[in-house]
Design a protein around this ligand. Sequence first.
Ligand code: BF8
Length: 673
Amino acid sequence: MSKLDIFKKEKRSRQSKRTGDPATQYMLDYVEGLGLDTVFTRQKRYEEKFMGIFPKTGRCDFGSLGICCRQCLIGPCRIWHKDVDLPLRINAPMQTRGTCGATADTIVARNWLVYHGRGCAAHSTTCKEVAETLLKTARGQTTYQIKDTAKLKAVAKKLGFNGNQTDEQLAEKIALTALSDIMGKPDGVSNKGGMTFANAYLPPKVLSRLKELNIMPTSSFEDVADADHQAVIGMMSDPYYFVMQSLKVGIADLMALLMTTEIHDILLGTPAPAPTKIGMNVLDEKMVNIAVHGHIPTLCEKVIQWADSAEFRDKAKLIGAKGINIVGICCTGAEVLQRHKIPLAGNNLQEDLLIATGVVDAFLMDVQCSYPSTHAMAEQFHTKIITTMKDARVSMADHLAFDPEKADEWAKQVLDLSINNFAKRPNKNHLPPFSPMNAIAGFSAEACIGVLSKIDKENPLKPLIDNVVNGNIYGVCLVAGCTSPKLATEETYHVLVKELLKNNVLILGSGCAAGACGRGGLLDTAATNQYAGEKLKKLLSVLGDVAGLGQPLPPVWHIGSCVDNSRAVNIASALAAALNVLIKDLPVVVSAAEAVTEKAVSIGSGAVALGFPVHVAVVPPVLGSPMVAKLLTADMKDLTGGCFIVEPDPKIAASQLLDIITERRKKLNLPVN
Ligand code: BF8
């Protein structure tokens, strides 16, 4: 089979159905019936238009394979690698070098690295925002408070700060350390020993390996700037070094996530599992509905707080609403879901569809992952879009640039705008006739270990290790990342997760992938009896009992937003340290099946760099260079122990992930199926 036939599999998936969520399909039919566009509509149209021209990929072959170069003003150059099948429509000999002389290997690897720079910049800027809020809070300049002092002290201890200091002093030190890990040392000297948080959190054996490979991150802004410099014309051309820099930037990205999670927990509280709801129908037609979207939940915290005040409850009633209903979308949604159990209405693909229900009075957008067309949909209905961060401006939106020192004032303005907009609702609304799913969310690493400590107080990790050893937990898979219109969206995760659960693999879920699991009913305790293998089922029942739930824990543990992928890294690091092995030795795998964003790419590379196998079902644009594709999917195993696995069919992907788990268990002398 030709290597490019993998695109056919991708296409088969999206042609079988567009989504695994009936409510999404229902709204999609409604919106398309009104003659309006969504991301799904445009995907379909692309396919119809381009399949005739590029039958192999269904998009532009050059772009899909990563061999379109737009780096300089001589180009664009569209070249071909001699070992890759030619597109059907091209029968003339193709150029194998760009005008400047760059080969397909260079172009693919350079394009690949550029994704990472943007992904890491996004997460690092998010981290900078929250670290600044912590710093201002420590200095008494905001009305936020340190909500979790135990977490504050635990983080301070890890970083080696003296415990005899006030909470504010420790918070200031943590914030300044995070800022210097993001921005570099203030004197301009880079941190040659590597990021402080990386040194404090990653197991020593992993750190040594990163240093040997010369991929220990220094500070994320510096590593991103280096990547940009390396991509400049006249700099790097060796594909190997582009890929190695992508790993370094990927780890810097993961560390930005880790710092953000730790600071969020300190400032906003460390999540604990509790019941909630997931699905479009968490919107309530009788209430003022405010959808919160993005990745920085600090303003939302204040909106949630003030929405519950007598002042705003009365204001809502005065205009005829039953009250104020806040619902989440994508990662800000996951943040407020895990801490406040605010119900999750949807993910990045469902923004437009939620607006089209006609009952979203305000759509609060902070940063990242909204589509540029959202305002066009909002114009068709009454929804008010409010952007809240200076770096994310949207046409026609109201803009309130967040300043943590004025958070209360801003939150009240948001509530006023939303309540006033309720009066402009169209008479007719269109909510899908599907009840939201029950879900349990809030599995922070502390909460997971807290449950386990009920089995063994002295050594809370021991029950986890014992259960991995005896095969009750055959392996662990983190399902992470986005939902993509290129596949039968969400169904990819549902099929993959069910296959793994059957084989007693415990699932951690984050970001939109976790939301997809929720819409598929997989965050509900009932899913344990329905889908988990016998051994895992028994264990989750015991854990549910010791947690006082009176029913099993769900088989997919929602660990939070994409930022909180760091929780999975922390759990894996603790396991590796306890077993005195590398992360690459653990029966732990990752699937970011429906990856979409640059952020997902750089997190993926960070995970590969630490030794995780990372599955993607969407074909990444690297097949134009057989050398780069082989480096990422095969040779990498000898370097970091991790690798990318590209497989659009979720059943086949699950069996490949199970094979890796089995192989790793064998190497650890653990029983295998
Ligand atoms: O950071 S999973 S679409 S929302 S990138 Fe974005 Fe992807 Fe959703 Fe959160 Ni993550």
